[in-house]
Design a protein around this ligand. Structure first.
Ligand code: GLA
Length: 376
């Protein structure tokens, strides 16, 4: 047998750099997805073929962190995390439903890599879902998201929060996913721009700054330091008064972003749940961008220009999305203004002599799902 699952990339509507502060986030799934087909065998090895790699990757079923690098590490990390999980079943859970004795994995994807759209979570989740189905492991979606995150954090070695994998697993069509990263409670929040004559444009700046990796870890550390100076476990519990009392100006700004961003997420959710107020989230999106640019300092010139030129041409709100230092911005526009917004962003990029950005309209798609294997 072969199991085939697709898992999407995501856009974060709002709630940036707060997932690792036990905050609130509001991502939605893109229609762009990664598809993994998995066939079990007894070879003792995992062979992975990808439409984006020239050579297949092969590693042992008992692969360990450090054994595999590059794109295949995301797949190896999932195999490792799943094995660890089924080798140590929860107490009372009985025997594991099946071990991994060999796998043939085929991957294809239309999620752009390095654009801040969570291509890594899409890859991890699609592989984890397909292994789960092929081996009949019976793992639920939240557990799969946790295994996928474990692969990224503890195998690949990127210290991300929980948002991307949960978004890929739990999002629903026509909705954003309101996720409380402290309690892990989730709620589907209606978000249908078309219905309100609005268009959500995604602007891929194609900018990739080398800083992204090291600065991400650095921001996490600053947030932990700020929380500890305030005597708190996480910045989720901090008030604006508390953070403005921090004597270190950098920690103050980092913490102020986190506290104000969490409030903005709540405000956006309230507006989306009050029918007919979708257009009113625009100002909150722009305020989020300003806070990420000035207080958290994770934006870059390409993102700032995308946001300002979109606003200039009539967008109701715009912001960078994802980790920052490149990748994508989003702009919420009246549908009638979408053409002018695209033109304005392209013209601004042209003026700077930058590569033309890729711009498209996105609407919330479904989370991971089983699909028919590709006949080709
Ligand atoms: C990356 C991480 C997420 C989150 C965002 C910023 O996408 O993978 O966990 O921290 O950055 O909001």
């Amino acid at each position: 047998m072969t199991a085939t699952w697709a898992a999407p990339g995501r856009i974060n509507l709002i709630g940036e750099h707060v997932d690792y502060n036990e905050g609130l986030v509001l991502p939605f799934a893109l229609s762009m997805a990664t598809t993994a087909s998995v066939t079990a065998n007894d070879s003792g090895v995992v062979t992975v073929t990808s439409d984006t790699a020239d050579e297949p990757a092969t590693f042992s079923v008992d692969v360990q962190p450090g054994d595999v690098t590059g794109w295949a590490a995301y797949v190896a990390g999932v195999v490792w995390a799943v094995r660890e999980k089924i080798d140590q079943p929860a107490e009372g859970a009985g025997d594991p439903a099946g071990g991994i004795s060999g796998l043939e994995v085929t991957i294809r994807s239309d999620v752009p890599v390095g654009a801040g759209l969570s291509s890594s979570a899409a890859l991890e989740c699609s592989v984890a879902c397909a292994i789960n189905a092929e081996l009949g492991l019976g793992l639920d979606r939240v557990t799969i998201a946790a295994l996928a995150r474990r692969a990224e954090n503890d195998f690949v070695g990127v210290p991300t929060g929980s948002m991307d994998q949960l978004a890929s697993m739990l999002c629903e069509e026509g909705h954003a996913l309101f996720l409380d990263c402290r309690t892990m409670q989730t709620r589907a929040v209606p978000f249908d721009p078309d219905h309100a004559d609005l268009t959500l444009l995604v602007i891929d700046t194609h900018a990739e700054h080398e800083l992204a990796g090291s600065e991400y870890g650095d921001r996490r550390t600053s947030c932990e330091e700020a929380a500890s100076r305030l005597g708190l476990d996480s910045l989720r519990d901090a008030t604006l008064d508390q953070v403005t009392s921090l004597s270190d100006p950098v920690l103050l700004r980092r913490a102020r972003h986190v506290v104000t961003e969490i409030h903005r997420v709540s405000d956006v959710v309230q507006r989306l749940e009050a029918a007919g107020q979708t257009a009113e989230i625009g100002g909150l999106l722009t305020a989020s961008h300003q806070s990420l640019r000035d207080d958290f300092e994770v934006s870059c010139e390409e993102l700032d220009v995308a946001v300002s030129s979109a606003l200039l041409a009539g967008a109701l709100g715009a912001r960078m999305t994802g980790g920052g230092f490149g990748g994508c911005a989003i702009a919420l526009c009246p549908s009638a203004a979408a053409g002018a917004v695209k033109q304005s962003v392209r013209a601004a990029y042209d003026e700077h002599g930058w590569r033309e950005p890729t711009i498209w309209a996105a609407s919330p798609a479904r989370g991971a799902a089983s699909v028919e294997p590709d006949p080709g």
